[in-house]
Design a protein around this ligand. Structure first.
Ligand SMILES: NC(=O)c1ccc[n+]([C@@H]2O[C@H](COP(=O)([O-])OP(=O)(O)OC[C@H]3O[C@@H](n4cnc5c(N)ncnc54)[C@H](O)[C@@H]3O)[C@@H](O)[C@H]2O)c1
Length: 460
């Protein structure tokens, strides 16, 4: 299956200035736009016809800073196109990215049906050598499955003469800064066992590797595991801090002071040690669960990751428990103002967001919610529809009107320096429940507002 390539540069110039990308979600669309920006001709395929129609009409289905301009510019230049036809992408290029979802199966393991469907489509339509780059987050061993699916389909076609290679190239972008992360990656992990394919990949990513060497080449399985290990490490750091925060609250310590105290140790550092109300989003929860399942399948029990998963689920209920205690266990008829719906700032993504756990618990207890988020309002309406229990308002001040208390759920910059006097005068009960520790307790107290945050000494 290896590429018969004495002249890698020749292959690259002929086939690789053109790229096919399967999946136009956060990863596929951003990767496509960034590659097009550097000069590649990119044809994106998605099975979601309405998404493709929107993209072709110049609409961006997700909010990601900088993405809209990039997509518009490259569409106008003719370097970025969208289709529902897999055949067109395969014909277009000799490099195909798989950037489709890998949602959790019932037991938490990654469901590979979309990844394998793309592998099959590529094999059905290919007429010349293809390099298939797996960018989706996939369990160790998926490279072999993709390879087997392509080989099997080519055999069915009677085209075993066609050659291909499968590369693991996990994506480390962060939603909210995806364009920047993709333009200037910290590292480019390439999992391949072929020197020829490595050379093509190095040439493909040369525009992103100019400042210093960022490419790390390893075998396919190690590359696949690197992605899970990275996300599980970050989820563990967050969870560790949440555990410390809960303990600090009981001990009368302020976790924010502790955070500064430990972050100053260069062995620990300041990244990913913010306590809060649990990690969410489309990656950490599913990737932690998937690695737990991968380990189970080989007879290994991930006691640490099991604890991370459990603690995180509990952490998402912390803000509700505080509100419930504050109102004496009776939230019936209460109106809670929510600032923030997205799972983190600078995105409209609400997948596994702590806001969902909080709102659903409030509704269950008979309360209703008035919510504002700078970007996730449409998404909230898509998820929950229109109802009396959830009023989506046009700005953060409007969320306070008629509300009993305020909950801070996402740490958007726009929430960092509010008009505390207005909060005090508008809320029925002057109380803020801050799930992100964005305020100084002394400042809030000076305004005569009760302040309950995460791990800041004051418990309820
Ligand atoms: N979102 C992130 O921040 C992020 C970061 C790194 C890695 N990842 C991983 O990248 C992968 C994609 O994530 P995402 O957030 O972009 O997903 P997404 O759900 O936003 O998008 C996936 C897209 O793939 C399309 N699709 C499904 N089957 C297809 C097929 N057969 N052909 C063409 N398109 C098809 C879907 O319609 C959808 O538009 C996942 O494995 C995820 O874990 C995500």
């Amino acid at each position: 299956m290896m590429l018969p390539l004495p002249a890698v540069g020749g292959y690259f110039k002929v086939f690789c200035m053109r790229i096919g990308i399967f999946g136009t979600g956060y990863v596929g669309l951003v990767q496509a736009a960034v590659l097009a920006e550097t000069g590649y001709s990119v044809l994106c395929v998605d099975v979601d016809a309405s998404k493709v129609a929107r993209l072709e009409a110049g609409e961006i289905p997700i909010y990601e800073p900088g993405l809209e301009g990039l997509v518009k510019h490259n569409r106008a230049e003719g370097r970025l196109k969208f289709t529902t036809q897999a055949a067109d992408a395969v014909k277009h290029a000799g490099i195909q990215y798989i950037a489709v979802g890998t949602p959790p199966d019932e037991d938490g393991s990654a469901d590979l049906k979309y990844v394998l469907a793309v592998a099959e489509s590529i094999a059905i339509h290919m007429e010349s050598h293809q390099i298939v780059i797996n960018k989706s987050t996939v369990p160790v061993g998926t490279g072999d499955k993709v390879r087997a699916k392509i080989a099997e389909t080519l055999k069915e076609r009677g085209r075993e003469d066609l050659t291909f290679d499968v590369v693991s190239n996990p994506e480390f972008l962060k939603e909210g800064s995806a364009v920047g992360d993709c333009m200037k990656p910290d590292r480019i992990v390439i999992g391949t066992n072929s020197r020829e394919t490595e050379a093509v990949m190095r040439e493909l990513y040369a525009p992103f590797n100019r400042n210093h060497e960022k490419i790390i080449v390893m075998d396919v399985r190690s590359a696949e595991m690197t992605k899970y290990a990275a996300n599980c490490m970050l989820a563990t750091r967050i969870t560790f801090m949440n555990e410390m925060a809960n303990l600090a609250e009981k001990l009368g310590a302020d976790i924010e002071q502790v955070r500064h105290g430990i972050g100053s140790d260069p062995r620990i550092g300041y990244h990913f040690i913010y306590p809060g109300i649990g990690y969410g989003g489309s990656c950490f929860p599913k990737d932690v669960r998937a690695l737990i399942q991968t380990a189970k399948a080989v007879g290994y029990e991930t006691t640490l990751l099991n604890a991370v998963e459990n603690r995180n689920n509990t952490q998402k209920t912390v803000l509700f428990n505080k509100l419930n205690a504050y109102f004496g266990g009776d939230l019936k008829g209460k109106v809670i103002a929510l600032w923030g719906l997205a799972f983190k700032p600078n995105t409209d993504d609400m997948r596994e967001a702590p806001s969902r756990v909080l709102m659903e618990a409030l509704w269950e207890a008979g309360a209703s919610v008035r919510a504002f988020d700078p970007e996730a309002m449409q998404e909230a309406e898509r998820v929950y529809g229109k109802s009396d229990r959830l009023t989506l308002v046009e700005n953060k001040e409007a969320a306070l009107e008629g509300a009993d208390a305020l909950a801070i759920v996402t740490e958007w910059k726009a929430f960092h320096a509010p008009d505390f006097a207005r909060i005090k005068n508008t809320l029925r009960e002057p109380a803020i429940f801050d799930g992100r520790n964005i305020y100084d307790p002394a400042v809030v107290a000076r305004h005569g507002i009760d302040y309950y945050a995460i791990g800041r000494g004051k418990t309820i």
